[in-house]
Design a binder for this molecule. Structure first.
Ligand SMILES: Cc1cc2nc3c(=O)[nH]c(=O)nc-3n(C[C@H](O)[C@H](O)[C@H](O)COP(=O)(O)OP(=O)(O)OC[C@H]3O[C@@H](n4cnc5c(N)ncnc54)[C@H](O)[C@@H]3O)c2cc1C
Length: 411
């Protein structure tokens, strides 16, 4: 297993359950990549692709508003253009229907698939199943998202709708600006994504797994059969490998002849410790495209997309502005906090242009399997991805149709 994020640790755990002798190659600590600072939502309902019909009309705005929910840094535009063109082309009505169906196949069983791993890790308290609330500031904004909700309905997602007064009963701390709420009860969240990954990793080690603290740099083959993983500390013999290194998977796949259009959708979070008010369940501001999640260590407000590549320094203003947004959502919070109560973070969503991950065998060898590119839904999609990878490497028929996730779909 290459990478100890949520995807790698889930996949390693399922492989172990299939009876394989598994080690994870990870240069850092488990769960400190993108799996560290996400919003923690484990939503079966996250079937709406990022690129939707009409997306192209938004590009000029993304280029002009550095504090908007989605921004592109001008300097990065030339490097980004090929991905962006594929992204926009992925947003036809027909394609988004197929993408939503594929996403649902790996997201709907997420919590049930994760449950045995949680139980074994003694980490059940880290995952709640209390639902997810989408809040709208106007009826017009709700209507504008008609296609998104249609995609959810077509895929079996059910929800309850609330008017302004009912919303207040649901969460009295929520701003009166919100006039419409939509509650999806099947959804869950983790109260600490980093601790979740580490609990699963510890259980994996307790069950006989190893974590090799080094970086994978390539592979050794005998014909098409894998012999081992090349690392910065030498060769580690292996008969099978899974690339689950999130955004950092791209060069490893390229070494095997698979040039996947993997791009970072950078996102930020801001956390307030001991907040004056806490949401009861995760609340998404449907207009601002951010989520406020109640977590062990405080309220976490996370979201926004910045297309600026892997190397550009973070624009911390984008994280700080989240405080303004969350204060508007929960007016009981303060305008500002002492530094020791606030923390900020930036991470890299590993995104393919059609909002679907790559799950399947490499071109070079049936022994190397890909499990990356989960974009906005990697925490939620990790359990099923892990199960599918274990099925592939154990020669079992996969539990869902893997065709939409084929790593060769981009040519
Ligand atoms: C602001 C924000 C909010 C989000 N909210 C949600 C949410 O609410 N719900 C949800 O489902 N998803 C959410 N996501 C997306 C989610 O966090 C990611 O999809 C997911 O964490 C990706 O997991 P991963 O295991 O693929 O990658 P990572 O967590 O990045 O793990 C990859 C690991 O590979 C290691 N690695 C890198 N290179 C090598 C190498 N050469 N050899 C070995 N190891 C290597 C890294 O050190 C790292 O530990 C959010 C993301 C962001 C940025």
């Amino acid at each position: 297993m290459i990478g100890a994020g949520m995807v790698g640790v889930a996949a390693a755990s399922f492989l172990q359950r299939e009876g394989h002798d598994v080690f994870i190659v990870e240069p850092g600590n488990p769960g400190e990549g993108t799996s560290f600072g996400n919003a923690g939502c484990l939503n079966g309902s996250s079937v709406v692709p990022m690129s939707m019909p009409g997306t192209i009309r938004n590009v000029p705005r993304w280029l002009s508003d550095p504090m908007g929910p989605l921004v592109i840094r001008w300097a990065y535009l030339p490097a980004l253009a090929p991905w962006l063109i594929r992204f926009i082309r992925a947003g036809t009505p027909q394609k988004v229907r197929a993408q939503a169906k594929a996403l649902r196949s790996i997201l709907a069983p997420s919590l049930a698939t994760l449950a045995p791993l949680l139980k074994d890790a003694g980490a059940e308290e880290l995952v709640k199943r209390h639902g997810h609330l989408f809040a709208y500031r106007s009826q017009e904004n709700w209507r504008k998202e008609g296609l998104a909700w249609q995609l959810r309905r077509e895929n079996g997602v059910v929800w309850d709708e609330f008017d302004a007064d009912e919303l207040r009963q649901l969460d009295p701390n929520l701003s009166r600006e919100y006039v419409k709420g939509v509650l999806v009860r099947e959804n869950g969240h983790t109260t600490n994504p980093n601790r979740l990954v580490n609990s699963l990793a510890e259980a994996f080690v307790r069950n006989g797994g190893r974590i090799e603290r080094t970086r994978a740099v390539g592979f050794e083959f005998d014909g098409e059969r894998l012999c081992g993983i090349r690392t910065e500390n030498g060769m580690l013999p292996a008969g099978g490998a899974v690339i689950a290194a999130g955004i950092w998977s791209k060069p490893l796949a390229a070494e095997l002849g698979d040039r996947l259009p993997l791009e970072t959708e950078r996102g930020y979070h801001l956390m307030v410790r001991d907040p004056e008010v806490m949401p009861r369940i995760p609340v998404a501001d449907a207009d601002g495209k951010f989520v406020a999640t109640p977590m062990e260590l405080g309220i976490r407000v996370a979201g926004t997309v910045e297309l600026a590549g892997l190397e550009a320094p973070p624009n911390w203003e984008r994280a700080r502005v989240l405080l303004k947004h969350v204060k508007r959502m929960f007016p009981g919070l303060e305008e500002s906090y002492a530094d020791e109560r606030v923390s900020t973070w930036m991470g890299h969503r590993p995104s393919l242009p059609d909002s679907l991950p790559a799950i399947g065998r490499s071109r070079r060898s049936p022994d190397v399997v890909y499990a990356f590119g989960h974009g906005h839904v990697g925490m939620a999609a990790a359990p099923m991805t892990g199960k599918l990878v274990a099925e592939l490497l154990s020669g079992k028929p996969p539990s869902v149709d893997l065709a939409p996730f084929s790593p060769t779909r981009f040519g």
